[in-house]
Ligand binder design. Structure first.
Ligand code: FEO
Length: 401
């Protein structure tokens, strides 16, 4: 058997049959993937029936087929469960269903239209399930748990209660490709990478993530088998982390996102950073010209404040800062304290525009500083005062740990 057909039995009769994509470097044309990613699929064998849980990105379909065949003839598989219709997991379901002539495609009602249109599976082969429905495989049950908006509206979890294995799809996922399958084997990078993943995919729809987490907790899984990255055989670690990210206290931390053309805005931003640090606030600067979107997103998960450093260009915010505000609008971080520092050459304007956008995001701007050209001594003192105001707001509003 070629090495690429390697499978792993993650619980009795439950096999990982996914693929590792070591070469992928970008997700959603936005998030860098330094460790690549994986598309996890699983085969669940009951005494009477067998189900494949999800598939893989279309170009890897041959590897998936090879792996399933290593456990059981793919043509004899009875169900293909599609927890999520996004192409990284459903991209090969058309091909796979053609190789499984007797199989039903199990999905939520919201997935039907998309799967028919994008993945070309006829409705006559679909089996629509809803919250609480189950399929008996013989000694193993597939129980379906609707989990809308983690990541798309049609998303669901599948749970096998006999083995307490939760197939959580994107939830608890991590962009890591590795020949090591389990969380403890992959090691210290798992939680930081899980946080980046959470920040991009889950944080934008926090109430839905909260509901999904509560449903996952009710399952009391002993194994969480997500659709990306390591299988969690110590599920408490990632569940506890999600609990903190979703509704734990925010940290004494400020994210400073800035761009500077001649160094003036940067001097203001770095003065704010130094002041916050002196006041006991963890201040994390990100120069938008070299920043990694996933690092910014990850830092925003538990930050209490967001400081924007933005020069004015022709009456508008510098495009890098404008783009960062769009990112904030998409990510919807929990921080509700904000501030803006800015420098202009011949006319201002960026501050008012950014402030209006912050207002629209529900971020309370506790202060702004707009100067002409490089900061002089008095303006540096003003930046220090603004830093102290931000720190006082963070320290006053921090929830008890
Ligand atoms: Fe990994 Fe939302 O697909």
């Amino acid at each position: 058997m070629p090495n690429t057909c390697k499978t792993v039995e993650i619980a009795r009769g439950i096999y990982w049959v996914g693929v590792e994509d070591f070469n992928r470097r970008l997700f959603d044309s936005l998030i860098p993937l330094p460790y690549g990613t994986s598309y996890n699929a699983y085969l669940v064998k009951g005494q009477d029936k067998t189900a494949l849980i999800d598939t893989v990105e279309g170009k890897f379909v041959d590897e998936l087929v090879c792996k399933v065949n290593a456990v059981q003839d793919l043509a004899s598989v009875d169900y293909l469960v599609t927890n999520h219709a996004e192409p990284d997991h459903a991209g090969s379901i058309g091909d796979v269903m053609r190789k499984m002539p007797r199989a039903r495609l199990v999905l939520t009602t919201k997935a039907v239209k998309y799967i028919r249109k994008v993945h070309h599976v006829e409705e006559s082969r679909m089996m629509v399930v809803k919250e609480g429905d189950s399929i008996d495989l013989g000694g193993k049950t597939l129980r379906f748990i609707e989990a809308p908006w983690v990541h798309w509206p049609e998303t669901m979890f599948t749970f096998v209660p006999e083995d307490r294995v939760l197939f959580s799809c994107d939830f608890f996922g991590t962009h890591i490709a590795s020949d090591l399958l389990y969380d403890d084997e992959v090691g210290d990078i798992v939680l930081p990478m899980a946080k980046k993943y959470y920040a991009e995919i889950m944080m934008p729809l926090l109430p839905m993530a909260d509901k999904a987490l509560e449903k996952a907790k009710v399952c009391r899984p002993v194994v969480i088998a997500p659709s990306h990255g390591p299988v969690h055989r110590h599920p408490d670690r990632v569940m506890t982390a999600y609990e903190k990210w979703i509704k734990g206290p925010l940290e004494k931390k400020a994210v400073i996102i800035y761009v500077s053309m001649f160094g003036s805005t940067e001097k203001l931003a770095q003065t704010i950073r130094a002041t916050l640090s002196a006041e006991g606030v963890n201040a994390v600067p990100h120069n938008l010209l070299v920043a990694d979107a996933s690092e910014i997103a990850s830092d925003l998960v538990d930050a209490s404040a967001i400081v924007v450093g933005v020069p004015t260009m022709l009456g508008n915010p510098h495009p890098a800062a404008a783009s960062a505000l769009t990112l904030l609008k998409y990510l919807r971080p929990r921080a509700k304290c904000g501030a803006i520092v800015s420098s202009y050459g011949w006319s201002g304007g960026a501050v008012n525009i950014i402030r209006s956008q912050m207002d629209g995001l529900g971020i309370n701007c506790v202060g702004t500083l707009e100067i002409n050209g490089p900061p002089d001594e008095a303006e540096i003192a003003q930046a220090v005062e603004l830093g102290k105001t931000i720190a006082a707001t963070i320290l006053k509003t921090k929830a008890p740990a």
